[in-house]
Design a protein around this ligand. Sequence first.
Ligand code: AMP
Ligand code: MG
Length: 586
Amino acid sequence: MTPAPTLPLLGFAAWSGTGKTTLLEQLIPLLTGRGLRIGVLKHAHHDFDIDQPGKDSYRLRKAGAQQMMVASRRRHARITETTHGETELAEADFRQLLASFDQTELDLLLVEGFKHEHFPKIELHRAEIGKPLLFPEDRDIIALASDQPAETTLPQLDINDLEAIADFVCSWFDGCQTREQEAGNGFLSVEAARNAILAALTPSTACSDKPLPECHGAVLAADLISPINVPPHANSAMDGIGLRSDDLAAGRWQLVGEVLAGQQRHEPVLAGQAVQIMTGAPLPPGVDTVVMREETHIEGEWVTVTAPVRAGQNVRQAGEDLAKGAVAIPAGTRLAAPQLGLAASLGLGSLPVRTPLKVALFSTGDEVQAPGELLAPGHIFDSNRFTLMALIRAAGCEVMDLGIIPDDKAILRQQLEQAAASADLVLSSGGVSVGNADFIKLVLAELGQIDFWRIQMRPGRPLAFGKLGQTPFFGLPGNPVAAMVCFLQFVEPAIARLQGKLWQPLRLSALADEKMKSRPGRTEFLRGIFHQDGNGQLRVRTTGPQGSGILSSMADANCLIEIVPAQSGIAVGERVWIHPLQGRLA
Ligand code: AMP
Ligand code: MG
């Protein structure tokens, strides 16, 4: 999956004939002259070609290469065909195109065309073209470069004064940098926070052998090496007739026996002979080819075939599923239906699995009450503990439920110490935001090294992370949706790391069915419902109001929608990332 672009993007919008390319051609040297490393993305007519008939790369591409990369010491180019035979694939995805730039080597991306995509643009205008201004119809326009003054409050530039345009671009670029830094002041991006968390954790090594039926959901502690070949013998994939491939010319064979599954015939089948053989039956010596029964004709003890025969057809080779000595299941795999079946097919009655992590969980806050009690005025029920319990179990861990810890320093301290001593991970919710009663932070500071982060995301900005002694600790936000989103973004990967697994959740690209708001510079996680339309295209809408206390929005969702920091909202029909939740909440 391609990462989202993070570089500033600046577009140039104009009617055709205005001379966009000529202007860019003159502007780029002025910008590079001021130290900016420039990338350009240009939209072209649909059948453009940068390659020429007769060139080697052209010939290889025309021969059918879907992607053609031609490379030298000085430059390289990749030509990706988006047509497949007669069918035209979808228009190239703007974000994927942007993401394919090497952003570490660039400062600024200039974009020509892509007028339906939303990002800041300078409008270029020449009176002689005789067209109206695109502004204010196009709300992405931030400045106007024209040869004629216009009625607008936008900054106006002379289209023929390239130095002035370059000045404008540079000061706009500086503004972007400043805003980034301001936004980042004391804040961390989602990725930076996650990386810091993962870097602080080391996988636990506790493991034990468990009988196969108890291994469901556990994490395999060591590579499982196949002790045998599966299947153990070459066998028939069909009910039919077994033949020798060096004897196909005979055209007519004498049936000399029958082999059923579970039987073994040791007597060789000779030239001119065949056997009847059933699916799964081991091939007798000499036989290496099977003709399905429907393609044979038997008369008495003689058989002929009614369709062409390919040497070796309809045979499953010994070790074709798993070869002896090969890794059947890699260490770190969560054991589910296929893995359990695979282990059983190797004859293994027990497996070495990691001891499930113990996660201590508690809620904080004097206003929080356990469900089942009578609710005191001004109080709320503790929902977080129950969502988090389910999420912890869904991630394959055991829960140590410490209940609700009151706002009392001595009790909190004693409970935290105990939790840290007996659990592999401690989780709390509530009480970590900036305005909260300080004693939680005080107690945490006394017991360990805890950082209080403001993450550039919504919901879920406050997050505490650190260690109580040696035990990792997360202080999740109190807001129920924020607590869940933070769990999915930070605790789930942390648990995977402690379990020795790679955290690689599915992220897909979908078209937005509704307009979505977001502030640039932070990651927005909306609760969404995605589906596949009649053309196979994924589409997504939100679950409705997105307040971080609205837990019902989470209950209706089948995905999180991620609006990345570079996106200032999503228009209808625009592409957006979604994170399917299937299997992560159960
Ligand atoms: P806090 O992070 O403690 O400032 O809490 C933010 C919001 O979440 C407040 O409205 C709290 O009442 C609410 N909240 C805190 N803990 C819980 C909980 N365990 N269950 C449900 N809501 C909570
Ligand atoms: Mg955003």
